[in-house]
Write a protein that binds this ligand. Sequence first.
Ligand SMILES: [Zn+2]
Length: 443
Amino acid sequence: MLIVGNGRMITRNPEQPFLESGAVAIDGNSIIKVGSLEEVKAAYPEAEYIDAKGGVIMPAFINVHEHIYSAFARGLSINGYNPKGFLDILDGQWWTIDRHLTLDQTYLSAMATYIDSIKNGVTTVFDHHASFGAITGSLFEIEKAAKETGVRSCLCYEISDRDGMDKSREAIQENVDFINHALKDDTDMIAGMMGMHASFTISDETMERCAAMKPECTGYHIHVAEGIEDLHACLRDHGTRIIDRLMNCGVLGKKTLAAHCIYVNKHEMELLKETDTMVVHNPESNMGNACGCPPTMEIFHTGVLTGLGTDGYTHDMTESYKVANILHKHHLCNANAAWGEVPVMLFENNAKIANRYFKKPLGVLKEGAAGDVIVLDYDPLTPMHAGNVNSHILFGMTGRNVVTTVANGKVLMKDRVLTSIDEAKVMADCRQAAADLAKSING
Ligand SMILES: [Zn+2]
């Protein structure tokens, strides 16, 4: 039994959204009581107690589009890399990295990403993995890191024909093996999806093989129209726009997650809505790759379940929140744009997306929900109440304010110190692995 209390509490439960001095009691992996500090402490006087010291208590963050394989790109210089466009960025940087990753480097990339996620208060991650140098077993290496660090994970391997059909088939098999493995796991902490890179690297033959081999209960996680090149290739090679092609190939549906959706039209948005397909927006990545601004506000208002990710650019969901908030204002020349939509995406829709794969309610502090709670060191300089908590998060907090992270009832970080991981040792191992990777890339 664990109580986290003595802080301003944001619950995301509409019945009781904010408590001036709240507490949450967790038994096993579930929340069993939410209320005032006095009330909760009186109900469970013997419980272990984490004092929020007047900070902010809220549900842990969920990241619905992440790339563990990109961890060792930080500080890496690739000889001759000088991208002229999005395809150069993919081939010159990301595919170059993933073609050289060993299984051990994939494992350490996952450890680094999960540790940073915990330090930013993220306890649920939807990852999209590629390591064409070592495909088979790669998702199982990531799962090992997920279990060691305690971060709930939905994993997939990005199928692509870019390195030939043998590797494409191996990637499909890795997904199938992992999905079937995850389906047997009853911890509600691991799940699998059928990963796909993007329409322009996947032939009809591979699409058909995926459809034939995919376990029925799961969906696809795929990049959609991230670059204009993806749309051009689809029009040229298949005579359709991307969402139409995905519809024809049976990829859309309520378990499928489409990342980016920059070059989609109104008809495609309607198809996403009709099929109840999920979309994830990654503002910093889109800006960094000069890919363009997606019509996320229009997709959202079409009624598509739209969430927020980081695409590996950062592991701090408040960064995505801050940048999405200003990107759409800037792009639409509308100072009101994104103000209401982005917090719905981050705090409500990410939970709805995650709960299409995990059973226990996520992203909310209420009885029966998963015991995923964070404490932030934050003392508001203006009054804080149910009606303005998102403004306080947007303008006053970053992931670095997170001091304590609890996932599935387990304390992963307390007062900025990881409880069960030797962080300094893992970071030293990561630096060595990253140096080895750089050497194998640059010679
Ligand atoms: Zn991505």
